[in-house]
Write a protein that binds this ligand. Structure first.
Ligand code: SAH
Length: 355
């Protein structure tokens, strides 16, 4: 039997926007575009794999979930898995590979052994499924979270939120509403797979719209906090991206910007000629000083850099759930401070600013 996870999530998203529109008329514009957004992601003319991803989500078994831990580094759905449920779930989740952002766990740690031997298949609890993603996204969250204005009660937009890992963490931190946006059809369905098991354990405070930032109505001013993490360097027009982020914030709202940076002064910007760490869609890598001045130029105030970290090969690596090359393959094998193209190795900064 197929589950109705995606339909239910869509309904909750409509209801959230409808409620919001009663206080903030700009949300009506979102409501008018929502049918198109949600249809486009299902259209195999746009995304050849969409029907297969949808089918994988729809076939996930319905499990009894005891508890969901959205505020733990290993985002955990506590449930009892029989070995056949485990096998089925594992196979379906693997159809949604590569899993890049996480980690997630479905099941229960087997510390107190259950030796009920009546019926092997139905009674025995299997070990949990651990989705060990390419990225330790929990490490990024640990770097960012301590510097944020309290998320409790806030309305949040996470731009380029990938699988939704950080979005769930925001809900776990008490956010009133979280909307993750990302144009990736695969990541949208990974979110829905996790949503399937989370069910209403977050009171449907966490939502996902499969669109890029540019598709949103420009001056919505709907959000108390807007995150853009790992997106700016993929944009050809960084100033447009910053302006679009600003347009989503309420006055006094907080922007959290995380992106690749280089060493240097306010006039230093690296534009890789070709690939950067094997990525062919990387455009602007400013210094922290340059980034601060960009943010001020588009009108942000109280701009501060709260963290700078070189990305380690323990944070981004190949796993069972992401079998392609990863960071270690993209660095110079004789000098890990350089990418294989000879650029400085990935270093990321987190900046916080006010609208
Ligand atoms: N925010 C997550 C994921 C970063 S990966 C993290 O920090 O770990 C970058 C993501 O940005 C990808 O999932 C990609 O699909 C998304 N993305 C790329 N262009 C975008 C755009 N114009 N608007 C929103 N998201 C975008």
């Amino acid at each position: 039997m197929l589950n109705d996870t995606i339909t239910r999530a869509e309904r909750e998203l409509y209801l959230t926007l409808l409620t919001l529109a009663q206080q903030q008329p700009s949300a009506y514009e979102w409501l008018t575009r929502l049918p198109t957004w949600l249809n486009d992601i299902k259209d195999k003319a746009n995304y050849a794999h969409a029907p297969a991803y949808q089918a994988s989500v729809a076939r996930l078994p319905v499990l009894t979930v005891d508890k969901v831990n959205l505020d733990s580094d290993k985002l955990t759905i506590e449930t009892t898995l029989t070995s056949s449920q485990r096998k089925q779930t594992m196979a379906l989740l693997k159809q949604l590979m590569p899993w890049r952002k996480g980690p997630f766990q479905i099941g229960r740690d087997l510390d107190n052994e259950n030796t009920d031997d009546e019926n092997q298949d139905n009674k025995n609890t299997s070990e949990p499924i651990f989705i060990d993603t390419e990225w330790h996204s929990d490490w990024k969250w640990q770097r960012v979270a301590p510097h944020l204005s309290k998320l409790k009660g806030r309305r949040i937009l996470d731009v380029g939120g990938g699988s939704g890992y950080h979005g769930w963490r925001m809900a776990g931190a008490g956010a009133d509403t979280v909307i993750v946006i990302d144009p990736s059809c695969l990541f949208y369905h990974q979110f829905m797979a996790i949503r399937h098991f989370v069910g209403n354990n977050d009171d449907y405070r966490t939502h996902y719209i499969p669109v890029p930032l540019e598709a949103l109505p420009e001056h919505s001013q709907l959000f108390d906090t807007v995150f853009s993490m790992g997106v700016l360097y993929h944009r050809q027009s960084p100033f447009e991206h910053l302006q679009q982020l600003r347009g989503q914030l309420v006055k006094g709202g907080e922007l959290v910007l995380e992106t690749l940076v280089v060493e240097g002064d306010a006039n230093t910007v690296l534009v890789p000629h070709d690939r950067y760490a094997q990525m062919n869609n990387v455009y602007f890598l400013p210094s922290v000083a340059a980034l601060i001045s960009w943010l001020e130029k588009v009108g942000f105030t109280d701009v501060r850099c709260v963290d700078v970290a070189v990305t380690s090969v323990d944070e981004q690596r190949q796993t069972e759930w992401m079998s392609y090359h990863s960071l270690a393959d993209f660095l110079d094998s004789n000098d890990s401070t350089k990418t294989i193209e000879g650029y400085p190795a990935p270093m990321r900064a987190t900046l916080i600013a006010k609208r």
